[in-house]
Structure formats: structure tokens, C-alpha cells
Design a protein around this ligand. Structure first.
Ligand SMILES: *[C@@H]1O[C@H](CO)[C@@H](O)[C@H](O)[C@H]1NC(C)=O
Ligand SMILES: *[C@@H]1O[C@H](CO)[C@@H](O)[C@H](O)[C@H]1NC(C)=O
Ligand SMILES: *[C@@H]1O[C@H](CO)[C@@H](O)[C@H](O)[C@H]1NC(C)=O
Length: 392
């Protein structure tokens, strides 16, 4: 009793002397055996951290922790400095239906100032992909880690394995840093995008390796001020802006920098894709700089007739206006003859497409380019291979 009183006294009278609280999930009942359901223990630790009046840490020791869908709600959270330090692995139940019913496995909503350091997420998506690939009817699946309506987020040193659908999602977020991330799923796993951004601003993704069955990074409508640097991508479908332009009323994408990326054996490298439908969306102010392509099918591509699997294609003209896109220092090998493809909208041609120092080869020779509605051709503008026609 006396001890408690003294502690309380110090805590209240001189906060600088009291250490910031750490909430170990094991003290809330989590077991590191990979079999006991730890969802409630994690949520209790979250509740304690939210209620703490100063920066707090949620600590996850080594070991495996089984979690069902966990919803970390920030609506009633007073704390704007919560660190989750993870030394262990969070695993989803082996029955994919358990987490697939909800859109996300680990969901943060309306949180401010959450940082996740370290850790591994293993969503065990294999059986769900097998179901999907067999053509049976299966649940859509859950994203592994999703942030909605949140700001000031850091994810540093996290590994994500075998998500059911997207590994990481940021939707309507501001100011997020994703660094030192490792994302892994097999090349044939359906819809396992690495990081998907939607309606977010001020997001940077750096120093990460992403290998998946879909886009390494995909940038949906309404994103701005994005910085993507030092990423290795492969297997996967490359780094994509889009798909965009499905909706008539759609927020645009602007101010995106993608630099120092390596694509290895991917379907695409640097891609912008829009549906061929009316839309008031746009893409403006994009810099693709310093990319190395290793055996990439479409190293540089703008596809405004996007229609995967050529099923139920809208077959109209895309209304998405693409302007001011610069490609600089893009080099390496293409696995197809046409390494640069600009298939722009016939009603809203691309404008301000600039190429500088492009050197892409196919089987040891200069690769070629295809351009439709991509602005004027001005041969000899840059120093690419002879067969390559730069356009402005
Ligand atoms: C680039 O990212 C890798 C991790 O994928 C890291 O090891 C390396 O240090 C980073 N390079 C720079 C210059 O930060
Ligand atoms: C573009 O985005 C970067 C961050 O990626 C930011 O630093 C810069 O201020 C933005 N530029 C404009 C004009 O908003
Ligand atoms: C283009 O790349 C090839 C293969 O890497 C290299 O041999 C060639 O010198 C490069 N050309 C220019 C103009 O940089």
C-alpha cells in the first residue's frame, strides 16, 4: 500500500522521473505458444496504452501469438504517442475463414502517433489463394495491416508474410513513414499487393523489399505528396499508379516521387493504369528516377485501356488526365521487345511526358517504344538507343 502511494506520488508530482509505461501483452494474458487466442490480450494492452497520459509502449516479446481480427480503435484514445515494439510473430488462424470475413486482420482506425517497430505478421494466406486459384467461390480475404483515417504513423522493420489480400493498406491517412519493411508472398498469389495507398497524403515508403503476387506498391485515387525510395520489387506487378478512373467522380493523384528502385523479373516496372471509362480523375506531377530493370516485361508503361484478363472491358475512352510525368535514368533489361509503352486516352491524351537518359535493352539490343496519344514525337531529344523514340 505504501509503495503504491509513493509510486503514485512520484508519478503525479514529477512525471519526468517516472518512466514512460510499457505494457507487455503477456501481462494481459497473451501466450507465445502460437495456439492460444491472444486477441483480447492485445486489445487490453491497447486500451491501457490509450489511457496512459504519456508516451506508452506495447511490448510483444519473442514467440508466436495467435490473433483473430483485431481492431485498434483510436476514437477514444487520448494518447498520441503509442509505440508497439514487436519481437515476436503474429499469426492468423489456420482456418482462413476466421479473418477473411472482415476486410482487415489488424485494423487501426482514427489513430494518431502510432509507431510499430519490428515484428512479423504471418497471415497464412496459402489455403485461401489455393481456393481462389481453383476457381471455387471463396471469401475475398483480409488485408494484413490496415490504417484508416489516421495520422503520424511509423512502421519500421516490420516483416509481412503471405497476406490473404493486400499486405498493408493506408486509407485516408496523413503523414506516414514505412521503412525497412519486408513483404513476401509468392508470385502466383492473387491480389497480394505489398502496400496499397488510397486517399492519403504525405506517405513515404523507403528501404524496403517487396515481393508479391500483385503490385509491390499500388497508388489508388486521391493520393498526394508520396515519396517512394530505395525499394527492391520482385516478384510482382511493379509499382503502379492505379488502377484509376473506374468512377466518374474520382479524386486525382499528384506529386509522386519514385526513386532508386530495382525491379527483378516483374510484370511491370513503373506503371500508370486507368480504366477506359469516363472519369474526372487525374495524375499530375510524377517523377520516376533512377530505376534498374532486370528482365521486366513492361519496364515503362502507361495503360489507359487497363482491363486485366480482358473480361468485361469498358472499351470507352479514359477520362483520366495524365500530365507532367518524368522518367529519368531508367536502365536495364526488358523481357519483351517493347520496353516503353504509352497507350494514352484518345479523348484525353497524355501531356508533358518527359524522358531523360533511358537505356533499356531487349536481348542485348535496344528495345523499342510504342506511343499512342502521348504527345508529339521528337526524335533525338535524349540519349536513348536509336530504335527508341523519345517523346515530349
Ligand atoms: C536500401 O534498402 C536496403 C533494404 O532493402 C538497405 O539495406 C540499404 O541500406 C538501403 N540503402 C540506403 C542507401 O539507405
Ligand atoms: C511533394 O511531396 C513531397 C513529399 O513527397 C513534399 O516534400 C513536397 O513539399 C510536395 N510538393 C508540393 C508542391 O506539395
Ligand atoms: C546501355 O546499357 C548497355 C547495357 O547495360 C550498355 O552496354 C550501354 O553502354 C548503355 N548505353 C548508354 C548510351 O549508356
Amino acid at each position: 500500500m505504501i509503495q503504491i502511494l509513493i509510486l503514485t506520488y512520484f508519478y503525479c508530482s514529477s512525471p519526468s522521473l517516472a518512466a514512460n509505461p510499457t505494457f507487455n501483452v503477456q501481462t494481459f494474458g497473451a501466450k507465445s505458444d502460437g495456439k492460444s487466442d491472444c486477441t483480447n490480450a492485445f486489445l487490453s494492452a491497447w486500451g491501457a496504452a490509450c489511457a496512459a497520459p504519456k508516451p506508452a509502449t506495447i511490448y510483444v516479446p519473442r514467440g508466436k501469438y495467435l490473433l483473430r481480427n483485431a481492431y485498434f480503435n483510436g476514437r477514444l484514445c487520448k494518447n498520441t504517442a503509442i509505440t508497439m515494439r514487436i519481437d515476436g510473430t503474429l499469426v492468423a488462424p489456420s482456418d482462413y475463414n476466421v479473418i477473411a470475413k472482415s476486410g482487415s486482420w489488424l485494423r487501426f482506425e482514427r489513430v494518431t502517433g502510432v509507431s510499430i517497430y519490428g515484428g512479423t505478421l504471418d497471415a497464412q494466406g496459402t489455403k485461401l489463394w489455393a481456393c481462389k486459384n481453383s476457381g471455387k467461390s471463396c471469401p475475398k480475404g483480409a488485408r494484413s495491416l490496415a490504417f484508416y483515417n489516421s495520422k503520424n504513423i511509423i512502421v519500421n522493420g516490420l516483416t509481412s508474410l503471405n497476406s490473404q489480400t493486400f499486405h498493408v493498406l493506408f486509407d485516408r491517412c496523413q503523414n506516414a513513414k514505412i521503412v525497412n519493411m519486408k513483404i513476401t508472398a509468392p508470385g502466383n498469389s492473387p491480389n497480394t499487393d505489398g502496400i496499397h495507398l488510397e486517399r492519403s497524403s504525405g506517405v513515404s515508403i523507403m528501404n524496403s523489399h517487396i515481393g508479391t503476387g500483385d503490385d509491390c506498391v499500388s497508388i489508388g485515387p486521391g493520393n498526394s505528396n508520396l515519396w517512394i525510395e530505395n525499394i527492391s520489387c520482385g516478384p510482382g506487378h511493379g509499382i503502379s499508379i492505379g488502377s484509376l478512373g473506374w468512377d466518374l467522380q474520382e479524386a486525382g493523384v499528384q506529386n509522386v516521387t519514385v526513386k532508386t528502385v530495382t525491379f527483378t523479373g516483374t510484370d511491370n516496372g513503373l506503371r500508370i493504369k486507368t480504366w477506359a471509362r469516363p472519369s474526372n480523375g487525374f495524375v499530375r506531377g510524377v517523377l520516376f528516377q533512377d530505376a534498374a530493370m532486370v528482365n521486366v516485361r513492361n519496364p515503362i508503361i502507361i495503360d489507359q485501356n487497363y482491363c486485366p484478363h480482358h473480361k468485361n472491358c469498358p472499351d470507352q475512352a479514359s477520362g483520366v488526365r495524365i500530365s507532367n510525368v518524368k522518367y529519368q535514368d531508367i536502365h536495364g533489361t526488358s523481357s519483351t521487345q517493347v520496353a516503353v509503352k504509352f497507350d494514352c486516352s484518345k479523348t484525353h491524351p497524355c501531356s508533358g511526358i518527359r524522358l531523360d537518359k533511358i537505356n533499356l535493352t531487349y536481348r542485348g539490343k535496344a528495345a523499342t517504344a510504342f506511343c499512342a496519344n502521348a504527345g508529339e514525337r521528337r526524335p533525338g531529344l535524349s540519349s536513348p538507343p536509336a530504335a527508341y523514340r523519345p517523346i515530349n
